[in-house]
Structure formats: C-alpha cells, structure tokens
Design a protein around this ligand. Structure first.
Ligand code: NAD
Ligand code: MN
Length: 498
C-alpha cells in the first residue's frame, strides 16, 4: 500500500463510496431490531455520511445467542489451529486488499489523515490479524512435573463468547488487537465499535466471512455505549469482556461484570504519559521532533500521547524553541490530501473538550507558547492547531487530566529524582519516554517509572511482539504479543491417576 493517489483521486473515491451502516449478525447485514439509527457525520466537513443502526438490548441478545451457538457447535473453536491460522492470514490479506476502501472509511468517519489511515491503521490492523494467526499453531500447553503414577495436564481453552468494546481513535486497529488473538484462539466475538467511528468495523465483518471465518463467529453491533455496550457488559452469557476506551467507562464495566455474571474484564484505558528529556539527551533536535509527534500525531487522540513533557531546566528553552518549529509541519490540513499530517478531530464535542482545556490552561496560569485556536472553521469541519503550554505544574488540570487532543504541557524539573516523582504523580501509568545518554540513569528511570511501556531515546516504539497496556488506572491485561492470549483463554488442570 502506498499513498500514490492524489487528493482529487481520494475525493472521487469518496464520492463513489458505498457506505454500509448496518449491524452484522450471523453472516448477514441487518437493521437494528428496533429500527433505530443515528447520523454518522464526517468531521472533515460536517457532511452526513450515512445513517447507522443504533443497536439495543434486543440486538445484543441475538448476537450473543448466535455467538454462543457457533461457539458450542465447534464450527470454528474445534477447527485445528493450523486451519484457524490459515483463515486469519487470509483475513489479514483481505484487509490489505481492501486497504484503500477501509482507509477512506476511517478517514471520512473520524478525520485522521489518509496517509496514516493507510500506512498505520490498516497496515497495522492486518499485521495484528496475521501475527495472531501465525502464533496460534506455535503455542504449546504444559505437562506438570508429577510422580510416575500420575499425569497433570495444563491446557488452554477458548473462553467462549467474547464481547469487545472499542474506541474511536484507532477504530480498526483497536478492533484487530482484540480480534486477532480472540478469533485465533477459537472464540466467538461480538464487536461493538464506537458510535463515533463504526464504519470500518461494519465493513470488516463481511471480510471475515469471505476469509473463511464461519458466519456467526464474528458479529458487529454499532450503537451507543450506554445502550448496546451496557447490554453486552451486563449480559449473563458473555464470558469475557475486553475494552479499550476511557478510564471512566472502564470502571463502570467492572461494576457491570460484578452485577451480572462475573465475566472476565480486561481494560485498556486512558493515559497522561510523561515524556522526560534530560539535559544529557543524545540529540535535542531528535527529542523535540519526537515530543512534537507524540502529541500531534492522530491530532493528539492517542492513549499513549506524550502529553506531559518533562524537560530538565538546562535544555528547556532550547527544547521549547525546537518544538515550536516542529509544530509547523503538524498544522491541520484536509485529511484527504496525502500531504496532510494532522487532520480533523473526531467531532464537535471533542473539539469543545479540547478548547475547554486550552482555556483552563490559560486560567490556571500556564503560558501559551503556540497554537490554542480552532482552524479551518469555514470547511464545516472541526480542526485545532497543535498547542504548546510552558510553565505548567503537575497540579494543573492540563497536566492531570487526559485531554485527548494536541495540547502539550511542558513541566520543568532538576535531576532524576524530581523527574521520576513528577512522572509517577498521576492516576495513570500507560507509557513513558526517557531521553539521556547515561546508561545507568536510563535504566534506573525506566525501572522506577510506574508505566506499562517505557521508551528510551525515542517515543512510541514497538510492534506486535511487545505487549501494550498500562499500570494503575490505565488498565489491566495487555494487547499484542503472546501475553494477549491470556485474555482469551481459560486454563484447565486435568489430573490423571495412572
Ligand atoms: P469511551 O470510554 O468514551 O468509549 C469507548 C467505548 O465504550 C465506545 O465504544 C463507547 O460506545 C463504549 N461505551 C461508552 N459508555 C459505555 C457504557 N456505559 N457501557 C458500555 N460501553 C460503553 O472512550 P473513547 O472516547 O471512545 O476513546 C478514548 C479513550 O480511549 C481515551 O481515554 C484513550 O486513552 C483510550 N484508549 C486507550 C488505549 C489503550 O490501549 N490503553 C488505546 C486507545 C484509546
Ligand atoms: Mn464519525
């Protein structure tokens, strides 16, 4: 996949695109049981893209029943791992084959630049499916160290019916981080995309069946979280609930599980990640470029956004000047222009949230260095410039709360102890970055940071081989890597007397 298409090409494709807004249950597209829909509005220009099925409890009942039936029938769960591997690889290939269509749907629906929809979202979503599929016939069970007259087998079994509730910032990718291991392990899945970005999940459902995943193994229910999402979370026949989204909703899902069947709940939630630049950073220009990208990429709508930039006082002024320069290449542009690096934010509500935090930063006495305003309002879309605050202290709202927009807070410090204390002073613990040439300081800081992911002398690295997830109120469990399979399997101990 490459971005050889021009903006004009993409606009023509967008004009001719057939957009499906229906639910997908048992291998068929259908309207919501109660016939309700909601408007899917593009944040690029405010245009109505389509009406989308607004699923409710009745749809959840049907989809879970279908998932249970396909699981119990063994039509997928009891296929050999080699077979499931081949089908998952085919599923990945179909995502790539339909890459332009999926990327276009993602960009129209949530506003991210088309270049990244293609090269990040679709490409990594396909990688996730392929990697998980390739892994499944290489994972062995265990035999316990028993006396000679006994055999203890420790085996993994699919959990059964998985409900996956995902967010809008990387809609297809977050779905595939769940679907890869969930499906490869043999489960049936009900996927609920965000009401802000349902289109790629809906399209992908048919590709799964085309790839050879039996009808009814993957069902997709678009709709609002508090209706169909809640119905799934409270359902007595969902075995495992996996979630990516806000900490607020994550906590609510634990309550729903406790109020219903104690389904397993695995949560990937919010972050306020510290990005630490020490005086002895190996290359300040590189660090500043990484710091700018860490807050501007995907319009700052990234769980791991390096939103708190901790800069040691000796290099603070230099770093701020460099970031100001870097932000020039992250000014918002039309998302269908292949040269655009920063697109629209997901909707008007999110724009208002971001502008509200910018106002709060000013009120609390932070210094606005650049950005701070809405852009391209005449387009009918919702855009905001990358925004830089300096003189921030860690008690201000812009330093404590997840903004989910391109707003960077620079906090200065002196020495490793102070950096670690500020970094860990957060309810979150998702990710962290550290720039230093001192090997011991790098390792000491990395060890003491209470975060699930630490990046040294770069930011946001990793691939399918590394687990993704957080400490504290950033969640539990991990996506990606072999660790992800823990969420989608139960462990059985079978003890045999010989
Ligand atoms: P959100 O919590 O508002 O919504 C996430 C999903 O939950 C959506 O599908 C929504 O419809 C659903 N939902 C909402 N209320 C519900 C309810 N009462 N019951 C069941 N489901 C409900 O989050 P969002 O705004 O879509 O996404 C942004 C958040 O996601 C940020 O906090 C971000 O940090 C987080 N995120 C985390 C990771 C990670 O891996 N840790 C990755 C991406 C995004
Ligand atoms: Mn949308």
């Amino acid at each position: 996949m490459s971005t050889v298409l021009t903006m004009q090409d993409w606009q023509t494709k967008a004009a001719n695109l057939k957009i499906n807004g229906q639910a997908y249950i048992n291998g068929k597209y259908q309207a919501a049981a109660e016939g309700q829909t909601f408007d899917c509005i593009s944040p690029i220009d405010g245009r109505l893209l389509t009406k989308v099925a607004s699923c409710s409890d009745a749809d959840a009942q049907q989809a879970v029943a279908v998932s249970r039936a396909t699981f119990e029938s063994g039509v997928w769960a009891k296929q050999s791992p080699v077979h499931r591997k081949q089908v998952m690889i085919r599923f990945a290939e179909l995502l790539e084959h339909h890459g332009e269509e999926l990327a276009l749907l993602e960009t129209l629906d949530m506003g991210k630049p088309i270049r990244y929809s293609l090269t990040v979202d679709v490409a990594n979503a396909a990688r996730a499916l392929r990697w998980s599929g390739e892994a499944i016939d290489k994972i062995y069970d265990e035999v316990a160290p028993t006396p000679d007259n006994e055999i203890g087998m420790i085996t993994r079994e699919p959990v059964g019916v998985v409900a996956a509730i995902v967010p809008w910032n990387f809609p297809l990718l977050m779905a595939c981080w769940k679907l890869g291991p969930a499906l490869a392990a043999g489960n049936s899945v009900v996927l609920k995309p965000s009401e802000k970005s349902p289109l790629t999940a809906i399209r992908m459902a048919a590709l799964a069946v085309e790839a050879g995943i039996p009808a009814g193994v993957l069902n997709v229910l678009p709709g609002f979280g508090h209706t169909v999402g809640k119905a799934l979370a409270l359902h007595m026949d969902v075995d495992t609930l996996v979630f990516t989204g806000s900490t607020k909703i994550a906590k609510q899902l634990m309550i729903y599980a406790g109020e219903s069947n104690m389904k397993r709940v695995w949560l990937e939630a919010g972050g306020k990640s510290p990005h630490i630049i020490f005086n002895d950073a190996p290359d300040l220009a590189q660090a500043a470029a990484a710091a700018a990208a860490a807050i501007a990429f995907n319009q700052g709508e990234v769980c791991t956004a390096g939103s708190r930039l901790l800069v040691e006082s000796g290099v603070k002024d230099q770093v701020i000047a460099l970031i100001k320069q870097e932000f020039a290449s992250w000014q918002p542009g039309h998302p269908l222009d292949p040269n655009t690096h920063s697109g629209a934010v997901v909707d008007k509500q999110q724009l208002d949230t971001i502008l509200g935090y910018i106002a709060a930063g000013k009120e609390e006495g932070a210094e606005l260095v650049s950005g701070g305003e809405q852009h391209m309002a005449s387009s009918g879309g919702v855009y905001v410039a990358p925004t830089l605050f300096s003189g921030v202290n860690n008690d201000m709202r812009i330093a404590k709360e997840e903004i989910f927009g391109p707003v960077l807070s620079v906090i200065s410090f002196d020495g490793m102890e102070e950096a670690i204390a500020i970094a860990n002073d957060s309810i979150y613990g998702l990710a962290a970055g550290v720039w230093t040439t001192d090997l011991s300081k790098a390792h000491q800081t990395a060890k003491r940071l209470r975060a699930g992911m630490v990046w040294i002398n770069h930011y946001d690295g990793g691939d399918m081989t590394a687990p993704f997830g957080g400490y504290k109120q950033s969640g539990n469990g991990r996506d990606k890597s072999l660790h992800a399979f823990d969420k989608y399997t139960e462990i059985k101990a079978t003890w045999i007397a010989l």
